[in-house]
Every structure is written in structure tokens, then in C-alpha cells.
Design a protein around this ligand. Structure first.
Ligand code: APR
Length: 255
């Protein structure tokens, strides 16, 4: 693993435009469960019954009661972990330019990253179905479920449900970033949901080096990735950023 950490750090040092693609796994160490695999949310709830726009529109009370209330309490408490902070450090060092995230928890922005494409929207804000008034999620009062706006309309999260289109501006920018990057870090995603799982394929096809950080192998591992740093994102990112800082310290000062 040390060899791979070293070569990945070298690729980051040489990168002209590094992009990260993140999934639920990067937030597991912040207390937010993943969707798939051990302890995954979709093992508990059927996504078609609770996370599809048709399910929400036909029975908002049920979706709020079962899924959204839980999500709100978990996201309200979550704070960035070492993996988020490591990506913020890579941006500070001028290495990481953009994060494409599938996550809706807002933890990359809280960690300090300034260019975050929220591919699936975000759960930090809700809006009224009727008057479209926005409200911060932490300000929503859940004494009545589903929560209502003053106008009487029901609040829905600004993240997208299954059955809804990816915001075109996020899809466009993500494709652009995947095409122009020369290094892509793919962190904590099972890489099974489209079209976001296409981004590492586009990156590889346009000659970028793709490195995964994940305790498990994914469909990208054998065909697309140049390497997989197998482990939990917080621990691996700590070692990777440490190696980048070490290599930076050995560089002769420019002047
Ligand atoms: N560090 C790094 N990776 C981890 C960790 C960890 N501590 N724990 C789990 N993982 C990995 C798992 O091995 C898995 O590959 O994170 C991945 C989580 O996969 P999913 O739960 O499928 O999350 P994600 O890939 O983001 O799902 C994509 O599916 O349901 C939709 O909209 C939802 O955005 C989500 C999309």
C-alpha cells in the first residue's frame, strides 16, 4: 500500500487539474450510513417505496415519517471527517480543483472545499411544494409530519429523488470536469448508479489517471482504475496528504 500511496501522491503533485468524485462511503466515518453494503440504508428501506418521487408525491407523510426524519437527524449532527478535511487540504495546496459528489450532506463545503458539484442536489435545504419558499433543513420544525410552509404547502428536500432528472447544469459541468482532469480520485462510491458512475470512465478515456479509495473493490477497479487504495477514506486520506506534504517539503524552493 505504501508504494501506491507514494505513486498516487506523485500523480497528485504532477496533476494540472485534479478532480475528486465522492460517494456515501466518504461520510460513513461522520456517522452517515452508506446506501449499499453492510448497514446500508437500502437494506432497511426499499428505495422505490421511500426514495422515489412518485412515492413522495403520493404519500409525503410516510416518506417523511420513515426516511426523511431519520436523514434530518443524522445530517444535522454530522461533521466533516479526516477524508473531507484531506480533500480541503488538497484544494488549499492548489492540487484539487473540483469535487463531484453524490452526497447530499454538505460536508465537503463544511470542510472548506469551495467548488463542489452536488450531483444529486443537497439535503441542507428544503423548499415548499406550493410557493417554493426555501428553508434550511436544520430550521425545519418536525412537531408536525410532514412539515408545512406558512402557505400550507409541504416541504420537500432539494436533493433529487429516484425518478427525477439530474440537474442538467450539474451533469454538464461534471462531464466537463471528467474530460479535462488529468487525475481523478474516486472515494467511497460503489460506482453502480448512472450517469455519475460514467465520470471515471470519461476521465480514463481522456487519459486521466484514476485512483479509487475504498475498502472494497468496485466495477471500476479492474477496468478503469489505475489503482485502488484499499481502506477507510479517513485513514487513507491522512496517509495520502501526509505523503504529498512530505514530497512538497523535498522540493527546492522556487526562488
Ligand atoms: N471509506 C471509504 N469507502 C467506504 C467506507 C469508508 N469508511 N465505508 C464504505 N465505503 C464504500 C463502500 O465499499 C461502497 O463502495 O462506500 C461505497 C458506498 O456505496 P453506496 O452506498 O452505493 O453509495 P454511493 O456509491 O454514493 O451511491 C450512489 O445511490 O442510492 C443512490 O442517491 C444515492 O448518491 C447515492 C447513489
Amino acid at each position: 500500500m505504501q508504494e501506491l500511496i507514494k505513486s498516487t501522491a506523485e500523480a497528485l503533485m504532477r496533476a494540472k487539474h485534479c478532480v475528486a468524485l465522492t460517494g456515501a462511503g466518504i461520510s460513513v466515518e461522520s456517522g452517515i450510513p452508506p446506501f449499499r453494503g453492510k448497514g446500508g440504508i437500502w437494506e432497511k428501506y426499499d428505495p422505490m417505496e421511500y426514495a422515489h418521487i412518485d412515492a413522495f408525491m403520493s404519500n409525503p407523510t410516510k416518506v417523511w415519517q420513515v426516511l426523511l426524519k431519520d436523514m434530518k437527524s443524522i445530517v444535522d449532527k454530522a461533521r466533516p471527517n479526516d477524508a473531507h478535511l484531506g480533500l480541503a487540504r488538497l484544494e488549499q495546496l492548489g492540487i484539487l480543483k473540483t469535487i463531484i459528489t453524490q452526497n447530499v450532506d454538505g460536508l465537503h463545503q463544511l470542510a472548506g472545499n469551495t467548488d463542489v458539484i452536488e450531483f444529486h442536489g443537497n439535503f441542507a435545504w428544503h423548499r415548499c411544494l406550493d410557493c417554493r419558499q426555501r428553508i434550511a433543513t436544520h430550521a425545519i420544525d418536525l412537531t408536525t409530519i410532514p412539515p408545512h410552509c406558512q402557505c400550507g404547502g409541504i416541504y420537500r428536500p432539494e436533493c433529487i429523488f429516484f425518478g427525477e432528472a439530474i440537474p442538467p447544469q450539474h451533469l454538464m459541468r461534471s462531464q466537463q470536469e471528467a474530460t479535462r482532469c488529468d487525475v481523478m480520485l474516486v472515494i467511497g462510491t460503489s460506482a453502480v448508479v448512472q450517469p455519475v458512475a460514467l465520470m471515471p470512465v470519461i476521465a480514463r478515456e481522456t487519459n486521466a489517471k484514476v485512483f479509487e479509495i475504498n475498502p472494497e473493490r468496485t466495477p471500476l477497479t479492474d477496468n478503469i482504475s489505475n489503482g485502488i487504495l484499499e481502506g477507510k477514506a479517513g485513514h487513507v486520506m491522512n496517509r495520502l496528504v501526509e505523503e504529498v506534504e512530505r514530497q512538497l517539503s523535498t522540493l527546492d524552493p522556487i526562488y
